[in-house]
Design a binder for this molecule. Structure first.
Ligand code: OXD
Ligand code: MN
Length: 603
């Protein structure tokens, strides 16, 4: 048990002295623990138990309306030197941040239970897996961690006893039940604090989080560990931690391809990961929907695992037509957060069904009817469910060795400019596509929805060190892999026609893009050379059964050199932010592209 490991016991005691909880509970991940804690959450008013005949063992939580998304402006990368955090991260000097946070943490758990959660990211003991221990005063976090990570006291203890490095992660919602004068105050259904800190110390591999109980702010195995801390570990140790989904696509001929894809938050990663292909004979199996860890192995290939154990998916837009696999996965054992409640004790959100219920209780607990002016479910409302409940889950998704990656996709939400699919001619050009990705902002983080922002590799909020060094790390991994490197593609499902309608049907029809990618991997088609890379020829691409007209097809790939020169000017300005740290090969690619676009514009 982890409580018998001296380094762990000491660390827990050190924080217990600061946080001053009423008691400490060592979490074991068992079914009994789930039972007890979910019932306690119901009794305390945090959870509503859903109608067991409709959705057994499932719960609805409503957060405080001010605690609904990741708080990027309160997320800090505290490396020893500011330049190592880089211009895209908020930086604070680690010593100062520690002092400030210890004061904030002091007494933060008065009157509450301190839960100690030993967990593994990835199958316990796997050669790409890693362990951690989270402290929290939120039982909602404990049961969510049960679903999202492998919580197991004995087996994690065994890893640590055998020398595994463990990441300490401290979390408090910042709502003590007893103030410094010893006066009690009542609890609320969703305790949180208006002041929030999501802090990573990449060099010492520590996470300190305060004030929020929601999602990536509070389930510290996810964004804080599996992306911010793990990206820094990977940089030092020669591997990659990425904001990517992972699937296996099998062709009608029975050939399987492992594909990872990076899309910014709330751009359909979960839908893509659980796709039901419309192209006859294709099958897609899910391995992961949000994060992959990848390591080059001795056979010269890049191997990937999904370090998570569950899906924390955006609910709105997930429906029987858009993602039937997710809908099946959600039939039992689910924690829903900030969706609407139906009159018969079930859940609903925009896009779940084409028909809209006559009456609901919205995510804020208020009566709602179709004439209400606000959505019934919060745009960033979520479901939390174990990965193996998805009917599309690959039978070997849990294999510690991981799978060899054949193709890497980078995509954003772009109305204009970016083609449906383009293959990079080289690893360098692929890294350029990843580094210059941009997307229209969604509701997953606070900020203005719809604004275009550069989101390199979909890692803008998640890279635990200088983004330009991260690009350099990708270039180095490419060199290590050489011939065995996956092919890299840029994709965009969101291009619009002049009238504002989507040019591409998306969802299951994205299997058509996979089909073309597989033909490129097999060298069965040549594609067509363009300034941006290799584009599909019309005749190489399966469109039968879609309503994509010739005109739509042209528009999906139209390249306007003037518009692209604006794009490359913007990239040039973006690169300037990183100064001399931008790797030379990426500057060279930018210059090459600018010269080619200028020649094209002057023709
Ligand atoms: C997520 C995100 O929660 O990217 O996966 O915001
Ligand atoms: Mn994500």
């Amino acid at each position: 048990m982890v409580q018998h490991i001296e380094s762990v016991a000491q660390w827990v005691q050190q924080f217990a002295d600061i946080l001053q909880p009423e008691r400490i509970q060592w979490v074991d991940g068992s079914a009994e623990e789930w039972e007890t804690l979910t019932q306690q959450l119901v009794d305390d008013g945090t959870f509503i138990r859903l109608n067991p005949e409709k959705r057994p063992n499932s719960f609805l939580a409503r957060t405080d309306p001010t605690d609904v998304a990741r708080v990027e402006d309160r997320t800090f990368i505290c490396s020893a030197r500011e330049e190592d955090a880089g211009p895209t991260n908020n930086w604070r000097e680690p010593g100062k941040m520690r002092e400030e946070l210890i004061e904030v943490f002091r007494g933060a758990m008065r009157g509450r239970t301190l839960y100690v959660i030993p967990f593994s990211m990835g199958p316990i003991g796997g050669d790409i897996s890693q362990v951690g221990i989270q402290l929290t005063d939120s039982p909602y976090v404990v049961v969510s961690m049960h679903l999202m990570t492998r919580v197991d006291n004995d087996r994690v203890a065994e890893q640590i006893a055998n020398g595994a490095e463990w990441v300490p992660a401290v979390h408090s919602v910042g709502y003590p039940l007893i103030d410094e004068n010893g006066d009690a105050r009542p609890d609320v259904p969703w305790p949180s604090n208006p002041t929030k800190y999501i802090v990573q110390f990449p060099e010492t591999r520590e996470i300190w989080s305060y004030g929020s109980g929601y999602g990536g702010n509070a389930l510290l195995g996810k964004k804080c560990y599996a992306l911010r801390i793990a990206s820094a570990m990977g940089h030092d140790q020669g591997w990659l931690a990425e904001h990517m989904l992972l699937i296996r696509a099998t062709s009608p001929a029975g050939r399987s391809y492992h594909i990872t894809a990076a899309f910014p938050s709330a751009c359909g990663k979960t839908n893509f990961a659980m796709m039901r292909p419309t192209l006859p004979g294709w099958k897609v199996e899910t391995l992961g929907d949000d994060i992959v860890w990848m390591r080059p192995k001795a056979d010269g290939r890049l191997y990937a695992i999904n370090p998570e154990n569950g899906f924390f998916g955006v609910a709105p837009g997930t429906g029987v037509t858009t993602n039937p696999n997710a809908i099946e996965a959600l039939s039992e054992n689910v924690i829903f957060t900030n969706v609407a409640l139906t009159d018969d004790g079930d859940v609903w959100w925009e896009g779940l069904t084409p028909e809209v219920p006559e009456h609901l209780i919205d995510w804020r607990g208020r009566d709602w009817t179709p004439s209400s002016e606000t959505p019934a479910a919060h745009p960033n409302s979520r479901f939390t469910v174990r990965a193996d409940q998805a009917p599309s889950i690959a039978p070997d998704w849990d294999e510690p060795a991981g799978v060899p990656v054949d193709a890497v996709l980078f995509g954003g939400r772009r109305r204009t400019n970016t083609p449906l699919v383009v293959e990079a001619r080289s690893w360098r050009d692929g890294v350029y596509i990843g580094a210059t990705m941009a997307s229209e902002q969604t509701a997953a983080a606070e900020g203005t929805v719809g604004q275009l922002r550069r989101d390199p590799f979909a890692m803008l909020p998640f890279c635990g060190y200088n983004m330009a060094d991260y690009w350099g790390h990708w270039l180095e991994i490419g060199e290590t892999l050489g011939e065995g490197a996956p092919h890299i593609f840029g994709v965009n499902w969101f291009r619009r026609a002049a009238d504002g309608s989507f040019l591409w049907p998306g969802f299951g029809d994205n299997s058509r893009v996979i089909d073309w990618i597989s033909k490129r991997l097999e060298n069965e088609v040549t594609g067509e050379s363009s300034l941006l890379g290799i584009l599909p020829k019309h005749e190489e691409f399966e469109l039968e059964g879609t309503e994509v007209s010739d005109e739509d097809w042209q528009a999906l790939f139209a390249l306007d050199p003037e518009a692209w020169l604006h794009e490359t000017d913007d990239v040039e300005r973006y690169f300037k932010i990183f100064g001399s740290r931008v790797p030379q090969p990426l500057r060279a690619r930018l210059e090459e592209l600018q010269a080619a676009l200028e020649a094209e514009a002057n023709r």
